[in-house]
Design a binder for this molecule. Structure first.
Ligand SMILES: NC(=O)C1=CN([C@@H]2O[C@H](COP(=O)(O)OP(=O)(O)OC[C@H]3O[C@@H](n4cnc5c(N)ncnc54)[C@H](O)[C@@H]3O)[C@@H](O)[C@H]2O)C=CC1
Ligand SMILES: O=C(CO)COP(=O)(O)O
Length: 316
């Protein structure tokens, strides 16, 4: 049995594709009323129009997840560390499905899992996938990072479905950092488009953003080829190009002078966390620096772009 922690858009989408493939899923959300209603209506508010298959048991009682060998964690990154200990669960495998760097500890999701669930093998699931696409059964491919090769292979089989294809790797740092850092670049690209700076500016930000993602990730032990894969280039391409991305939409709102959308935008906190990591590892991250200043309201898009353009000319 698989337990999914977090009944937001992504947790619900993962539960839906797994249940359609015949897995039994317990889906935990923190709001008792919402989860009780979901048992009747077979729908959840974050994924309107998607019917929960019979194999999903929606619950707000963490005890219902005690018999789940494998847990998927799909709650916002900055809540992960505080939420896990309150659930009292001891799974064999714990798979993070969130993207980001914890602002307090500067750790990625699997380090948070290792500390909170010491008996579980930690893993990370990340890559280009909008929750609505997964829930609609559209073709999707993700990376599964797990240091333990046997556990990684077992999880790859357990969590792949006819429409969700997982590729496995032992490069956990690469998968984590690819998924975390692309959100920051997506905000920058959204801001450029929102401010009317054009598609060429977006392409430049994506490319130079990718260069600094690589610099930080490899300084932290990740492999370049992982960053060139699904959880890196793949997710960067998706979120920097699609208005469906909440991080892109946040940037777009800032660039256009609109009110920021009320949505989970992991790139906001991760921009600041990534800058701190960059300092520790002696890595230059100008796009991330500009984005952190932009979301904090310290600079305008025009000033941020001017600061990027005014930097000393250098080799690619
Ligand atoms: N929505 C998407 O298309 C994708 C999302 N993700 C990742 O999945 C993670 C979750 O995002 P979404 O599901 O999209 O967000 P969401 O905003 O749809 O849902 C977040 C859920 O977490 C719950 N939550 C918030 N704080 C909590 C806490 N302290 N304890 C328990 N539950 C809490 C909320 O009630 C909500 O149900 C993020 O890290 C995101 O980057 C990854 C790939 C795709
Ligand atoms: O991570 C995602 C797609 O892979 C979802 O992106 P947003 O969180 O920006 O919506």
């Amino acid at each position: 049995m698989i337990g999914v922690v977090g009944a937001g858009a992504f947790g619900t989408a993962l539960a839906v594709t797994l249940a359609r493939a015949g897995r039994q899923v317990r889906l935990w959300g923190r709001d008792a009323g919402t989860m009780a209603a979901a048992r009747g209506t077979r729908t959840l508010p974050r994924l309107p129009g998607v019917i929960l298959p019979a194999g999903i048991h929606p619950t707000a009682d963490p005890a219902d997840l005690r018999e789940c060998d494998t847990l998927l964690l799909a709650i916002p990154m900055q809540r992960l560390g505080a939420t896990l200990p309150t659930l009292g669960l001891t799974p064999r495998h714990a798979v993070a499905a969130c993207k980001g760097v914890d602002l307090t500890t500067l750790q990625g999701p699997t380090a948070i899992l290792r500390a909170a669930l010491p008996g579980a093998v930690p893993a990370i699931l990340s890559g280009p996938s909008f929750a609505t696409d997964i829930a609609r059964g559209l073709p999707t491919a993700l990376s599964l990072g797990c240091i333990d090769e046997a556990a990684g292979a077992a999880l790859q089989t357990l969590l792949s479905t006819p429409t969700l294809r997982l590729y496995r790797t032992t490069d956990v740092a690469g998968v984590e950092l690819g998924g975390a850092l692309k959100n920051v670049v997506a905000i920058a690209c959204g801001a450029a488009i929102g401010a009317g700076l054009g598609d060429s500016a977006r392409a430049a930000l994506m490319t130079r953003g990718m260069a600094e993602m690589m610099r930080l990730a490899t300084a932290m032990g990740a492999r370049r080829e992982t960053l060139m894969g699904l959880s890196g280039l793949g997710d960067l391409a998706l979120t920097c190009a699609s208005p469906q991305s909440r991080n892109f939409a946040l940037g777009h709102a800032i660039g256009h002078g609109d009110a920021p959308p009320d949505a989970t935008t992991e790139g906001t906190a991760t921009a600041t966390a990534a800058l701190r990591l960059a300092e520790t590892h002696g890595v230059d991250m100008p796009v991330t620096q500009a984005t952190a200043a932009l979301v904090a309201g310290r600079v305008t898009v025009k000033d941020a772009m001017k600061a990027l353009l005014d930097r000393d000319l250098t080799e690619e």
